[in-house]
Ligand binder design. Structure first.
Ligand code: NAP
Ligand code: MG
Length: 462
């Protein structure tokens, strides 16, 4: 795998301030595939200065010009789609077809959507005797995780560019090669020097330096709730804007009138995709007691069929963590009906698609984000019971409702404390706002709501 030994700052690859490096590991075979520099506060400072220096000229560009740049960036991503998929597969471990369709495909859709929004968004409106302007917030510090490495970068950088902001990105230590490839694409797209900057490095070093930097106006973070709370506190203390996209423990609610086989099949696939490393995965399947045994059998069969198509988890730490959760589920009295804690292969950080039955709402595996291919089937007695269970975690990122008709599912979904719900297997919409209720986060990504995160408001009275 190709790796740069510098940081992308001010439109060029510059040597890092220090000499520390991060090993990039292929989680399918545990081999080291590359090294990238581990940035320090000094690198972050250089990148923030470059972003600040580039800000006035970028703010002054017409939205149509920014739209054209983002469209070119999207075209570069399209041209390099194969390389993107191969890179994500190498450092995250996702099976190649999934990397092609999702890890490369979705960011292309999202970049395209922001090329459109930059051109069409109302950055100016008349309100009575006032003109209200939506102006860029300034320099954005973006901190991203490894689970959808390019999507999470594009979901921040594309709207920031559309708004007229400049950016410093600190990507996850596990997936820096995808971030470097994105920096190359930005360069190739002719985005002016300093508008986008990349500092690879460790969270508590480079990430923290970025979140704390005085020259950053908005911190946009995606990752764990634990780190999100720290970042929120740091940003709050400095009166900085902050957007947090955090964990989830979403419910897949199957009402008795639903097509049970379809709801269970889609539900299991939703959790197993990306090896369960999806913050919005529907990891709790809620089934009426009259259909519970049938749902358990269907889920076990679906997980067994998934079998070998699953990729590894991202690293040894996540591998140990997820297997620990499976052991804890057994210890707390849940019944394994597929998979289990044993590693299915000698090499690589693999976990078998795992299904738990007889899970009660208060069990650890029903409350905490596992971030692995583990689905828990929970029994409910009536709709109010289902709603109480669905809403009974600290999270509220996503969910699904299945019923005989959409209206019945919608009525239930409107009572859920969560930011996104798929109705009877609804399709992905890159323009739909994505984000959390409760401890799943603050703010929204994607579409015009995602763009608004990067804007601040000024009103002139006449
Ligand atoms: P994480 O530590 O929250 O990582 C997210 C990003 O924040 C990474 O770029 C990370 O850098 C950085 N970071 C870590 N500590 C930081 C700090 N003190 N200040 C600033 N930035 C910091 O998540 P993780 O360790 O990769 O995964 C742990 C768990 O988080 C998972 O098991 C899962 O439950 C959850 N998670 C959720 C999402 C999501 O999309 N909601 C995504 C990933 C993980 P490093 O890469 O160097 O750590
Ligand atoms: Mg971490």
């Amino acid at each position: 795998m190709k790796a740069h030994d510098g940081m992308y700052i001010g439109g060029e690859w510059r040597a890092a301030a220090g000499t520390d490096a991060i090993e990039v590991v292929d989680p399918a075979n545990e081999q080291i595939i590359a090294h990238v520099p581990a940035g320090t506060a000094e690198d972050v400072d250089a990148a923030v200065r470059a972003a600040r220096a580039a800000l006035p000229a970028w703010v002054a560009t017409a939205p149509a010009e920014r739209a054209a740049r983002i469209a070119t960036l999207r075209d570069v991503l399209v041209a390099r789609k194969g390389e993107i998929a191969a890179t994500v597969t190498a450092e995250l471990g996702a099976p190649l077809p999934f990397s092609q369709a999702v890890h490369a495909g979705v960011p292309i859709l999202v970049a395209g959507s922001y090329a459109g929004l930059a051109a069409s968004y109302a950055f100016e409106e008349k309100v009575g005797n006032s003109t209200v302007y939506a102006e860029p917030v300034g320099v954005v510090g973006a901190i991203t995780p490894w689970n959808y490495p390019l999507h999470q970068i594009v979901a921040k950088v594309a709207p920031a560019l559309a708004a007229g902001c400049t950016i410093v990105l600190k990507p996850a230590e596990d997936t820096p090669l995808t971030a470097q490839l994105f920096a190359e694409a930005v360069h190739e797209a002719g985005i002016p020097a300093g508008v986008f900057n990349l500092v690879t490095g460790l969270g508590p070093v480079a990430g923290q330096a970025l979140a704390e930097h005085d020259g950053v106006d908005l911190v946009s973070f995606t990752g764990s709730t634990a780190v999100g709370k720290q970042i929120g506190a740091t940003a709050g203390a400095a009166v900085k804007r902050v957007a947090l996209e955090l964990g989830g423990k979403s419910a897949n609610v199957i009402l008795p009138s639903a097509d049970l086989a379809k709801a269970v099949g889609v539900g299991v696939a939703n959790v197993m995709g990306n090896s369960g490393q999806t913050c919005s995965a529907w990891t709790r399947m809620l089934v009426h007691s009259s259909q519970y045994d049938e749902a358990v059998a269907l889920a076990a069969e679906a997980a067994a069929k998934y079998g070998d198509r699953i990729g590894p988890l991202v690293n040894a730490k996540q591998h140990a963590r997820v297997r620990g959760y499976i052991e804890q589920g057994v210890a707390e009295g849940a019944r394994l009906v597929a998979g289990g804690p044993e590693a299915p292969r000698e090499q690589g950080y693999f976990v078998s698609p795992t299904v738990f039955a007889d899970v009660t709402p208060e069990m650890t595996i029903a409350q905490e984000e596992i971030f692995g291919p583990v689905v828990s089937l929970i029994r409910y007695e009536d709709e109010d019971d289902a709603l109480r269970i669905a809403n009974g975690t600290v999270y509220g990122l996503a969910g699904a409702v299945w019923a005989g008709d959409d209206a019945e599912a919608v009525a239930f979904a409107r009572r859920m404390d969560t930011g996104q719900v798929d109705i009877n297997g609804g399709r992905f919409n890159p323009l739909a706002p994505f984000g959390g209720y409760k401890q799943s986060g603050v703010g929204r990504e994607l579409g015009s709501h995602g763009l608004a995160e990067y804007l601040q408001t000024k009103s002139l009275q006449f």
